[in-house]
Design a binder for this molecule. Structure first.
Ligand code: FA5
Length: 351
C-alpha cells in the first residue's frame, strides 16, 4: 500500500469512528464542522495542502481525498436520516406525536363577495345577450372625460374626484385611474359597429372621503346597447329584469331623473334600503333617504353616437353603470361598504 493510500485510509477510519459516536443532530453538526468545515475542516485542510505534495503523487492523492470526501458526506447524510427517524420514533412512543392521526385539511379559499356578485351580474346581462369586454384601469383623461363630453374646466368633472398618475406626457398630466367604466363606451364604439350589446366590468378609483356607501375603490359594470330603434323603455326593461333577478320580486325599485353629460335623458336607479325598508329616518346606511342608489343610466348622447362615426338619425343607444359593491350590500344586508376591503376573514368567510 502506498503512503498516500495508507494516509487516506487512516483518515477515513478516524473520521468514521468519530461519526459513529455522533448520535444526535447537534453532535453530527460538530463532526461536520471538524471534518468537512469549509474553513478549517481536517479534510479541507488536506485538500488545500495538495499543492505541496510531490507533483507525481498529486493527482492520485487528490482523487483519493475527493473520494473520501464523497464517502464522508454520504455517511453523514445516512447518520442524519437515522437520527431523525429515531427522534420521531421516540416522540411517538412517548405519545407526543400520534402518527396515525389524520392530517389537518388545508382550508380552501373562496371568491370575494364582490367578485361573486360581479359574476352574478355578468351572468344576468349575458343571458340578455350582452357580450363582455375589458378596458384599462389606468386610463387617458381624454377617454375618461373629454370623449364622454366632460371637457377640462367643465363643472361635471367635480362629480368624479380623480386620482391622477404623476407622470407628465407631452408636458401634461393626462393619465389617471379611471373614475368610472364609461370611457369603455367610447373604446367599444371605436372597435365595432352597431348593432352592439356589451358590458364592461372593472375597478374604478375616486379620491373620495369614505362613508357607509362610498369607497375610494369601487367596482362597476358598464353597459352599452346601440342599434336602430333603441328606446328608453328598452333601458328600463333591461334594468328591471336585472334588478328582479338579483334582488327578487319583493324589493322596491325606483327610477329618478339624474344628470350625466354623456346621456340624455339621464336616470338613476335605487332599491329600497334593507335596513330601514325605505323609511329613512336616521338610517346611516341610506343616509336617511330610504333608498340605496345602485346605478346611473340613460340614452347615449347623440353627439357621442356621431363622434363614433354612426348616423344618429338612424342609431340610438342606452348605457348604464352599476355599482357592484352596492348590489352586494343590498343582497346580503351589509350595512357598511367599508367591510369589503378590510380583509377581515370573520367578515369574508360569511359569503
Ligand atoms: C357614473 O359613474 C356613471 N359613469 C354611470 C353612468 C354610466 C351613467 C352610463 C349613465 C350612463 P355614478 O358616479 O353615479 O355614475 O356611479 C354609478 C354607480 O356607481 C352609483 O350608482 C353607485 O352604485 C356606484 N358608486 C359611485 N360612487 C361610488 C363610491 N364612491 N363607492 C361605491 N360605489 C359607488
Amino acid at each position: 500500500m502506498s503512503t498516500i493510500e495508507a494516509e487516506v485510509d487512516s483518515l477515513r477510519a478516524e473520521a468514521l469512528e468519530e461519526l459513529a459516536r455522533a448520535d444526535s443532530e447537534a453532535e453530527q453538526d460538530v463532526w461536520r464542522a471538524q471534518w468537512l468545515g469549509r474553513k478549517d475542516g481536517r479534510l479541507t485542510l488536506h485538500l488545500r495542502s495538495l499543492k505541496d505534495a510531490p507533483p507525481e503523487q498529486r493527482a492520485a492523492f487528490g482523487k483519493s481525498l475527493n473520494d473520501l470526501k464523497a464517502t464522508l458526506e454520504g455517511e453523514l447524510e445516512a447518520r442524519r436520516e437515522a437520527a431523525r427517524a429515531a427522534a420521531i420514533a421516540a416522540l411517538s412512543t412517548e405519545a407526543v406525536l400520534d402518527v396515525t392521526l389524520p392530517g389537518r385539511p388545508q382550508s380552501l379559499g373562496r371568491l370575494h363577495p364582490v367578485t361573486q356578485t360581479m359574476n352574478d351580474c355578468i351572468d344576468a346581462f349575458a343571458d340578455m345577450g350582452f357580450q363582455v369586454f375589458e378596458g384599462p384601469e389606468v386610463e387617458w383623461a381624454r377617454y375618461n372625460f373629454d370623449a364622454v363630453r366632460i371637457p377640462e374646466d367643465h363643472p361635471a368633472r367635480d362629480m368624479w374626484d380623480t386620482i391622477w398618475i404623476d407622470t407628465l406626457i407631452d408636458g401634461e398630466r393626462n393619465m389617471l385611474l379611471r373614475t368610472h367604466t364609461s370611457p369603455n363606451q367610447i373604446r367599444v364604439m371605436e372597435q365595432s359597429d352597431p348593432p352592439m350589446r356589451v358590458i364592461v366590468p372593472g375597478k374604478c378609483y375616486r379620491q373620495e372621503a369614505t362613508d357607509a356607501t362610498h369607497e375610494w375603490m369601487l367596482t362597476q359594470i358598464e353597459g352599452l346597447a346601440v342599434d336602430e330603434g333603441v328606446r328608453m323603455s328598452d333601458l328600463k326593461g333591461a334594468l328591471y329584469a336585472f334588478a328582479r333577478r338579483l334582488f327578487g320580486d319583493e324589493r322596491q325599485i325606483i327610477f329618478h331623473h339624474s344628470y350625466f353629460p354623456f346621456v340624455e335623458p339621464g336616470v338613476e336607479m335605487a332599491i329600497d334600503c334593507f335596513l330601514c325598508r325605505a323609511d329613512g329616518s336616521n338610517c346611516r346606511t341610506c343616509h336617511g333617504t330610504g333608498w340605496i342608489e345602485i346605478l346611473g343610466a340613460g340614452m347615449v348622447h347623440p353627439e357621442i353616437i356621431e363622434n363614433a362615426g354612426y348616423d344618429s338619425s338612424r342609431y340610438t343607444g342606452f348605457a348604464f353603470g352599476v355599482g357592484i359593491e352596492r348590489v352586494a350590500m343590498l343582497r346580503w344586508g351589509i350595512e357598511d361598504i367599508r367591510h369589503f376591503y378590510q380583509n377581515d376573514l370573520r367578515f369574508l368567510r360569511q359569503f
